[in-house]
Each structure stands twice: as structure tokens, then as C-alpha cells.
Write a protein of this length. Structure first.
Length: 200
């Protein structure tokens, strides 16, 4: 038996990750999702640090009027993310790069983060209403997608999942298995999908 993890962003299909053979015993994937989520958060940090370039194209510059307003607004603020796109106060960044609160901070670190693990699916994203506007763009604003994957990201997700399964196999006392051969490359859309990893 095999199964496929489908990665969708804002309702749009992005990647399929195929798994086989070792998947026979996987009934509940909940314990494997934190490692997969951590890869998502790494990718998101890269996406923000490169202002979209790691996902394929650098985000559009701010309009002159908004850039002027932002510069005036930031003069009186002390945020670390001055002059970075999509990081006026850092709420969107935090919601897409962290699962939840960090000890020692006054407020939860990622109040707007979506991390919803289930036995057969994982949903990651942001509850901030403007996240979708940036992902899609609007009539007055170009799209600056905070979530954008490359085909090579499929291997990163697969590796995280595979490594967690290998740890479970070892904890269970099963013989050492070479799980690297258990996982296929990215496959084309249109195959039967049994599991879902949704982002946004």
C-alpha cells in the first residue's frame, strides 16, 4: 500500500509527496507532523528573508505612497523588521514561522498561527485576514505570496517525515531498515490522494 501527501496553498495544488511500503503501518500521522511543520517554518523564514526570491520571484516593491507612509510610521517605532516587505509589525512573519507562544514574552509569539494536526492531515497557515490578500494580490496591491514552494521543497518535507518514521521504527525495536528507498520523488498531480497537508 502507498499513500500520497498533497500540499495545497490557498486552495491551489502545489506538491504531491508519495510514500510506499513503510506506510502500511501508518494509521495516525499526528506524531510525525511537528517535524513536517518545522520544515514549513524553515521555508517560510527563507521566503521572508529573501522577500519572496526563494519561492521564485522577489516580491514587488511598495508603491511610492505607501513606502513614504511606512517610512514615517517606522520612524517612531522600534521594530526589528524596519524596511522589510510584509513585516510592518512582524505579525504575519511570526504567524507563518512558529507554532505558538514563546516563554518569557508578554503576548503569545504566534497568536495568529494555524497549526492543526490530525491523524490524516496537517493544516498550517495564518489567521490574519491580510495573509490571503498578500498571497493572491488585490485590485490595488500586487501579490506577494508569503507561501510559495519549489519542487525541491518536496524532498525536504519527505526527508522530515521519513526521519520521524525511522525514529519510530527504531524505538519500536524493529530491525534497521533503509527507509530512503521507501519514498518516491515528487509525482504528478492527478493521482489518488489519501492524505492532505494544507497550508493557509
Amino acid at each position: 500500500m502507498s499513500f500520497t501527501l498533497q500540499v495545497t496553498v490557498d486552495g491551489q495544488h502545489e506538491l504531491d509527496l508519495a510514500f510506499s511500503r513503510a506506510a502500511d503501518t501508518l494509521n495516525d500521522l499526528t506524531k510525525y507532523w511537528p517535524a513536517v511543520a518545522d520544515v514549513f517554518y524553515e521555508i517560510e523564514r527563507e521566503q521572508f528573508q529573501t522577500e519572496g526570491a526563494r519561492g521564485g520571484a522577489k516580491w514587488a516593491a511598495l508603491s511610492p505612497a505607501y513606502a513614504e507612509w511606512k517610512a514615517r510610521w517606522l520612524e517612531r517605532e522600534t521594530f526589528d523588521s524596519k524596511n522589510q516587505l510584509l513585516r510592518l509589525k512582524g505579525d504575519l512573519y511570526r504567524s507563518l514561522t512558529s507554532r505558538g507562544g514563546k516563554a518569557g514574552l508578554i503576548a503569545d509569539y504566534a497568536d495568529n498561527s494555524i497549526y492543526d494536526p490530525k491523524s490524516d492531515s496537517l493544516t498550517l497557515g495564518s489567521t490574519l485576514p491580510y495573509a490571503t490578500a498578500h498571497q493572491r494580490g488585490t485590485s490595488k496591491m500586487p501579490a506577494r505570496p508569503p507561501i510559495q514552494f519549489q519542487p525541491t521543497d518536496a524532498r525536504r518535507f519527505q526527508r522530515a517525515f521519513r526521519d520521524e518514521v525511522a525514529k519510530e521504527v527504531k524505538r519500536a525495536g524493529w530491525p534497521d531498515l533503509d527507509l530512503s528507498s521507501q519514498y518516491a520523488d515528487v509525482i504528478a498531480a492527478g493521482n489518488a490522494i489519501d492524505e492532505d497537508v494544507s497550508m493557509f
